[in-house]
Design a protein around this ligand. Sequence first.
Ligand SMILES: NC(=O)c1ccc[n+]([C@@H]2O[C@H](COP(=O)([O-])OP(=O)(O)OC[C@H]3O[C@@H](n4cnc5c(N)ncnc54)[C@H](OP(=O)(O)O)[C@@H]3O)[C@@H](O)[C@H]2O)c1
Length: 277
Amino acid sequence: MNLEELTKYYDFSGKTIVITGGAGILGGEMACALVGCRASVAVLDRDPKLFDRFVNRIDTSVGKCIVVYGDVLNRDVLEETAKKIIEDFGRIDILINAAGGNNPRASTSADRSFFDLPTDAVRFVFDLNLLGTIIPSQVFGRYMAKQGEGIIINVSSMNSFRPLTRIPAYSAAKAGVSNFTQWLAVHMAQEYSPKIRVNAIAPGFFLTDQNRFLLTEEKSGELTDRGRQIVSHTPMGRFGNPEDLLGTLLWLMSPASAFVTGVVVPVDGGFSAFAGV
Ligand SMILES: NC(=O)c1ccc[n+]([C@@H]2O[C@H](COP(=O)([O-])OP(=O)(O)OC[C@H]3O[C@@H](n4cnc5c(N)ncnc54)[C@H](OP(=O)(O)O)[C@@H]3O)[C@@H](O)[C@H]2O)c1
């Protein structure tokens, strides 16, 4: 191994990468970086217009990018979207399942006890995170099974290791994502090809639109009590920046991790290692 060989590992020329939730904060950051690494990226989202936030950072003189409509819970729509991506790019090499998130109605609070959490809100969170990872893996994974190679990266959470207070549905759903990551890694390797790898990233705490006003005060921008607790339990003493995920993502997608499958990698500033004392 030398520097030239190592650099080639991170050149994704000719690789097609589908990112669900690709117009979101973390997915969008990944899309920008991957186009910059010469990939052909399909940004898939139920609101593709959101990706306009990133458009001026996409360097199409280096890689390629299309933005396509897709609902991760609608298999028929995803099948059609997959055909469109194949028409444009010819194959599907890598799937990043980044669509996901919580719903405030599925969180406990002073006004909403666990006993009163509406079933439809709990189901929404389970579906979005778990089914929303399983269904795209079925649709896009089938192409990988036919090719005999491919990579799937799921996005789990700190909640999958130990649940945080207040968010039972999100925690259980993300634990499901981590468990499914292991299951699918074994299944793909044994039933289809050991060249199909499935791994997950478990981000720590990143300030995004979903959690901004849970972690910081809307008016002052100061940390909330919960935000302060999180930072004080993060040995590196800060929230993550979206670009903090990129090194792990690129490693899991590159031949540098050719013998790695079924793992969930925390990118959390040490949060999951810290006992709090
Ligand atoms: N931010 C964090 O600290 C953190 C920590 C751990 C894990 N994560 C996980 O990281 C992933 C990305 O989160 P993020 O912070 O970047 O959130 P985000 O900005 O809300 O991105 C999620 C994207 O998924 C889209 N989406 C929602 N439902 C969809 C559906 N049914 N089909 C297709 N797309 C759909 C969203 O669109 P809409 O805006 O229209 O809903 C949004 O563009 C999620 O899985 C999240 O759970 C985030």
